[in-house]
Design a protein around this ligand. Sequence first.
Ligand code: NAG
Ligand code: NAG
Ligand code: NAG
Length: 405
Amino acid sequence: MGTPVRRSAISNSKIRRANETMRLIITTSVGIMFGFYMGTSFPVISLTKVNLPSNVFPSIDLTYIEEKYSGLSTQALLNVWSSLRGWKSISDKFSNTKIWVPTNPRGAERLPPGIIVAESDMYTRRKWGLPGEDLLIKPRYLITFTVGYDQKNNIDAAVKKLTENFTVMLFHYDGRASEWDEFEWSKRAIHVSARKQTKWWYAKRFLHPGIVAPYDYIFIWDEDLGVENFDPEEYIKLVKKHGLDISQPALSPESGMTWEMTRRRNDTEVHKDTQERPGWCTDPLLPPCAAFVEIMAPVFSRNAWRCVWHMIQNDLVHGWGLDFALRKCVEPAHDKIGVVDSQCIVHQTVPSLGNQGQAENGRAPWEGVRERCRNEWNMFRDRLDMAEKAYFVAMGINLPNSTAH
Ligand SMILES: *[C@@H]1O[C@H](CO)[C@@H](O)[C@H](O)[C@H]1NC(C)=O
Ligand SMILES: *[C@@H]1O[C@H](CO)[C@@H](O)[C@H](O)[C@H]1NC(C)=O
Ligand SMILES: *[C@@H]1O[C@H](CO)[C@@H](O)[C@H](O)[C@H]1NC(C)=O
């Protein structure tokens, strides 16, 4: 299985041994770069100590940095260095005063709070000019598709509906990331390639709430959705108007339909509950009758995603059962989870996932995948159940004898 990497210069580089001179120059240039970005008070310790331990920046890929600065002469770097060398930072003057800020993010207590950047984004930047002028627009919505190249036309149609307010991110499960560059938009998209993984595997690893923090809404979509009758900006307007923290577009009637909740209605903008088949709902305010969307095309508000991300299990990659538990993340769930009728999609049900299984014991690949999906559903439900019980017991709260799901 391939290691997931951003499709950038890093992916081709190999770690090479650099001699001590090179290491010093690299360390210096990194120190200087930070010094520049921060303007003033970054403690430029690395500039004043020449006998650095060789692993001061153990995780820095030297080849990458060499490539990055290959256009700059060593002399130019040394000139910058010598002009900064006489400069004493604040931390030099207070060298006996230790910093410890318990309210900082865990592990970062030794840093002055003013330097801490606890969140990030998916905005690509240029390599020149003033950093503050890099971004002409800061997209407010993030949409991710988990894709194989065979579905390119479908995805192309979806992306062409998006405005500049969207950052597009593709998770490639077939390793064919570069082929997408036939589309102009692909060059501005973020590509992550890791073979044969599922949407929730990628989401857990690449959509940490701290990384996607600037986005008001996060779309985590499958590749087999038809968007002919879907306008993303209108969709966002409705989601805001109706206060939906977790939502999905309704499925038009030609879709493969599992649940009544996501079936499109023609008389409303949005619906938040439904009638299921008799006996399917123990409570009209609980899934699958309310507080429920499916996992093929969910849209999360920033705050809802912050919670849902934490609920995703690293090993339960299919996400089955997650849809039934989303309601744990918003309150009141039956009011904040809903389906947008006036912007709808078609679920085309491409069985791409099943084909990524493995034939075993005379069974077709898709059978093993389906079995795992079902098992995961049970495992997820059991884990959630046990976690809740453990919490209530720890809090000294008495549980009713039966804990029906
Ligand atoms: C982008 O978002 C802003 C703010 O919601 C909105 O005013 C603008 O119309 C959007 N752009 C497009 C092209 O819809
Ligand atoms: C709306 O849906 C109902 C029932 O599903 C149907 O009887 C009615 O004709 C539909 N109306 C329109 C305008 O499509
Ligand atoms: C719950 O447990 C208590 C004591 O353990 C028992 O008296 C009661 O009948 C039980 N109730 C139900 C609904 O099973």
